[in-house]
Write a protein of this length. Structure first.
Length: 317
């Protein structure tokens, strides 16, 4: 190879490497911008549509000096505030004014699971649309389209796991570690139109806000979505009587990744489902399954549609 050709080849390699480096830099900047945008929107949704994260202005750390007062009575010890339950406080009027397909809010305190969930006419619409129907590769959390909210024994909610941002159902994958479950043992659901209509006493012994329910996690499962029989048992089996609803709990607990103690009578289930290996071709799903127990609920609401029996007339023969 003569000197000119060698020089030209080196120059071509340098130019190629420079273009590649610029492309990587631009790609990284675009990725970071998209990530920041997703996180900002996530935070904004919580701020605008829930009572959470309402920060008060802190007291002035450097108050102006004041003259000492004489004979000031010592302040009485303030009475501690009574404990309050965890409250989502979702503004469903505002959420549904943006998208009428918003049906609830799902939250696991201390995790990234804290956002509205929707229900579309099929199970593909919200794979690439956010809850407000804007384009988003993270999609939205959505309730299975086949679920009848008023009659469902299981609320199956799907969501992408986004490990690059830690948003959506990324936290669901963390439940494969038992210590993560121990730190976050409950799933909370709040509904735009309450399908249960009963008040609940939570695991903390406090009455839950109206229309909000705490589901105690009873199992974490990894299943192959190509196994129709298995996935059918987990997802689509509709219990036709009380015994089948109760027997679903031991079935999922028997195949859980680890043992979770549970005591109670199941009333409803929630199942959070996401891909076990996001970004890779995999048919495995991770399911986190929680139960709403009969014992935690108030008595069945009175049947106001039943006709009252008229009282006997007085003074008759």
């Amino acid at each position: 190879m003569d000197a000119n050709k060698k020089k030209w080849l080196i120059r071509a390699i340098q130019i190629t490497l420079a273009i590649f480096a610029v492309g990587c830099l631009v790609g990284a900047l675009c990725f970071r911008a998209a990530k920041n945008s997703d996180v900002e929107k996530y935070d904004k949704t919580i701020e605008e549509y829930t009572i959470q994260n309402k920060e008060e202005y802190p007291e002035d750390p450097f108050p102006s000096p004041t003259e000492p007062e004489e004979d000031v009575e010592p302040e009485a010890t303030p009475t501690p505030e009574p404990p309050t339950p965890y409250e989502i406080g979702a503004d469903f009027e505002g959420l549904t004014s943006v998208n009428s397909e918003v049906v609830g809010w799902v939250s696991i305190p201390g995790t990234s699971v804290n956002f509205p969930f929707v229900q579309g006419e099929d199970n593909t619409k919200y794979l690439s649309l956010d809850w407000d129907e804007t384009s988003n590769t993270a999609g939205a959390a959505f309730l299975d389209c086949r679920a009848d909210l008023t009659d469902a024994s299981k609320y199956v909610i799907y969501g992408h796991a986004m490990p690059n941002t830690g948003l959506m159902f990324s936290s669901v994958l963390n439940y494969q570690d038992k210590s993560y479950y121990e730190a976050h043992p409950s799933i909370y659901l709040s509904f735009a139109s309450d399908p249960i209509g009963r008040r609940q006493t939570g695991s903390d012994g406090l009455l839950q806000p109206e229309g909000q329910y705490e589901f105690q996690i009873i199992s974490v499962n990894k299943v192959d979505s190509t196994e129709e029989e298995v996935i059918g048992d987990f997802y689509w089996t509709k219990e036709t009587d009380r015994s089948e609803l109760v027997n679903f709990a031991p079935m999922v607990r028997d195949t859980s990744l680890y043992d979770i103690p549970f005591k109670g009578t199941p009333y409803k289930y929630v199942m959070l489902s996401t891909c076990a290996h996001p970004g890779y071709s995999s048919d495995e799903k991770v399911l986190v399954i929680g139960v709403l127990t009969e014992e935690s609920l108030e008595d069945e609401p009175a049947d106001t549609t039943a006709e009252a029996t008229p009282a006997p007339e007085e003074g008759g023969d």
